[in-house]
Design a protein around this ligand. Structure first.
Ligand code: HEC
Length: 157
């Protein structure tokens, strides 16, 4: 059967337009933020440290340095594995696959607390609001390995 090129092109461009609109709407609702702009609180990271010690440290190390096949959750390993992902990606990875012997056993709030602790351990600063317990609310929070040069309020120019 010959491919109807005209139809395919029309369908593709409609899809592209819809996707474009979808992206635009999502961005309009939630402006993009970066983990270097203060996306968790110090109190949350402190709660996360306790939860990490209980549920994660046995495999990932008491300083998140990694042990054997359990990767480090700080430093170069974290930077290269998580650069240009989002706080939602990391949340889902932890929630759905960790602790490896009991995936999906921790609540969203505890996972967010642990995530805050991981951000703190990677040098990302605390801010005024907790990281939300639901990944849908942090798809706009980008993880980058380096603090962006043009971060709001940080311009030394
Ligand atoms: C019983 C050991 C064990 C426990 C407990 C455990 N992990 Fe893991 N974790 C692993 C192993 C092994 C891997 C690598 C294999 C994989 O990705 O499934 C891993 C991978 C990961 C990754 C992906 C790292 C990367 O850069 O790819 C993250 C994030 C993570 N764990 C976070 C956690 C957190 C947070 C906890 C506590 C809630 C936890 N893990 C508990 C063993 C464990």
């Amino acid at each position: 059967m010959p491919i109807n090129l005209k139809k395919t092109v029309a369908a593709t461009s409609t899809l592209a337009a819809l996707t474009g609109l979808g992206l635009f709407a999502a961005q309009a609702q939630a402006p993009q933020r970066n983990v270097w702009s203060g996306v968790y609180t110090a109190a949350q990271a402190a709660r996360g440290a306790d939860a990490y010690a209980m549920h994660c440290a046995a495999c990932h190390g008491s300083s998140l340095e990694g042990i054997d096949v359990a990767p480090a959750l700080t430093g170069a390993t974290f930077s290269s594995n998580w650069n240009n992902t989002s706080a939602a990606d990391l949340h889902e990875r932890i929630k759905l696959t960790m602790p490896i012997q009991a995936p999906n056993s921790l609540g969203g709030r505890m996972v967010a607390d642990i995530e805050a602790y991981i951000f703190q351990a990677n040098g990302m600063p605390a801010g005024d609001l907790d990281l939300p317990p639901n990944p849908a609310l942090m798809r706009n929070v980008v993880i980058t390995s380096q603090k962006p040069a043009d971060d709001e309020g940080d311009c030394t120019c």
